[in-house]
Design a protein around this ligand. Structure first.
Ligand SMILES: NC(=O)c1ccc[n+]([C@@H]2O[C@H](COP(=O)([O-])OP(=O)(O)OC[C@H]3O[C@@H](n4cnc5c(N)ncnc54)[C@H](OP(=O)(O)O)[C@@H]3O)[C@@H](O)[C@H]2O)c1
Length: 323
């Protein structure tokens, strides 16, 4: 009998890492073949500690879902921490994995590392074609370096050591484990919180910044986790057929975007808020449209399962149960 591979999920207490663990367990992967460490048990910016961890545990697959992440305010306030910590974490994990003979690793990028003015929908080949959004440039540069680390290890050690390190580029994610901080959260958790508070306080109106017309794409985090496991386990020939050695990442989106107004309405329904939704059109809108081109992902046989309404209901349920 062959044992299931020993899998290390880095960042298993984060929104994406915890969804990857849930997904692996749901697919029947034995819990004792999943290795995790909390941040306080293993600081991934510490190279010696990371090397010692790999030597001790010797995993066979690695999902790299640990990162320092944050909104515009945090990225603008702590740019040194964002670039330094992300560069260190990914360099330590990728090189530490390589030194212990790990052949399969999945790195998580982000749609925000594409150029600010990338043509929509954003294809994989838009990477490195133009200036980045200045507010998160340090974070994006670190993430781009992570993708290039994977590609470079493949190119140098693919033939000799069987190294096969892959990258996925998720769109905006939401779901259980999201960050609901009042000032520093993404649009879906921020609106879930605001509509929930409006509901319990019997507020008659909730005002949202901007015109409500910008369009955004959202993917439920368990779908992202399923896509990650799918990409990790693709036969090497299939992955190679759909990527290039120096353009190897795969966009992970649902392929459809909604206006902020449609999103707000869907969230209010998931929460059960029945008051008015107003838009403060004196406030800025941001980019008119942000959508990933997920053709590559579709062509390797993966499609999302959870639609926005269902995902929002699940996210709200998780939010309430964590209160
Ligand atoms: N959320 C999204 O919408 C989204 C969209 C696109 C891409 N992604 C990507 O998905 C990945 C995971 O994001 P997420 O939303 O799951 O973030 P998250 O919820 O903040 O989780 C990140 C995890 O990394 C851990 N971590 C951070 N610094 C560490 C360190 N020095 N040593 C060890 N562990 C450390 C954190 O632990 P502590 O909390 O204990 O520090 C946390 O468990 C990131 O690469 C992100 O770019 C996310």
């Amino acid at each position: 009998m062959t044992l299931s591979p020993k899998i290390y999920v880095a960042g298993h207490r984060g929104m994406v890492g915890s969804a990857i663990v849930r997904q692996l367990l749901a697919q029947g992967h034995p819990a004792e073949r999943i290795v995790t460490r909390t941040h306080s048990e293993l600081d991934l910016t510490d190279q010696a500690a990371v090397r010692a961890f790999f030597a001790e545990e010797r995993p066979e697959q690695v999902y790299l879902a640990a990162a320092k992440v944050g909104g515009i305010h945090a990225n603008n306030t702590y740019p040194a921490e964002f670039i330094y910590q992300n560069l260190m974490m990914q360099a330590n994990v990728i090189d530490g994995a390589f030194r212990q003979g790990v052949q399969q690793l999945l790195f998580l990028g982000s749609s925000c590392i594409y150029p600010k003015l990338a043509p929509q929908p954003m294809r994989e080949d838009a990477l490195l074609t133009g200036p980045l959004e200045p507010t998160n440039e340090p974070y994006a540069i670190a993430k781009i370096a992570g993708i290039k680390l994977c590609e470079s290890y493949n190119r140098q050690y693919g033939q000799t050591h069987g190294v096969d390190y892959r990258s996925v580029m998720p769109t905006n994610l939401y779901g259980p484990g999201d960050n609901y901080h009042p000032e520093n959260s993404h649009v879906i958790p921020a609106l879930i919180r605001r509509f929930h508070e409006a509901k319990i306080n019997h507020a008659t109106s909730v005002t949202i910044w901007g015109t409500g017309t910008p369009m955004r794409e959202f993917l439920y985090v368990d779908d992202m986790a399923a896509a990650s496991v799918h990409v990790m386990n693709l036969p090497q020939a299939t992955y190679a057929q759909h990527t290039q050695p120096m353009l190897s990442h795969i966009n992970v989106g649902c392929g459809e975007d909604v206006t902020i107004k449609e999103l707000a309405l869907a969230i209010s329904q998931a929460v059960g808020y029945e008051g008015e939704i107003a838009f403060d059109t004196t406030k800025p809108d941001g980019t008119p449209r942000k959508l990933m081109d997920s053709t590559r992902l579709r062509s390797i046989g993966w499609t999302p399962k959870v639609n926005l309404q269902e995902g929002l209901r699940q996210a709200y349920r998780a939010y309430i149960s964590a209160l």
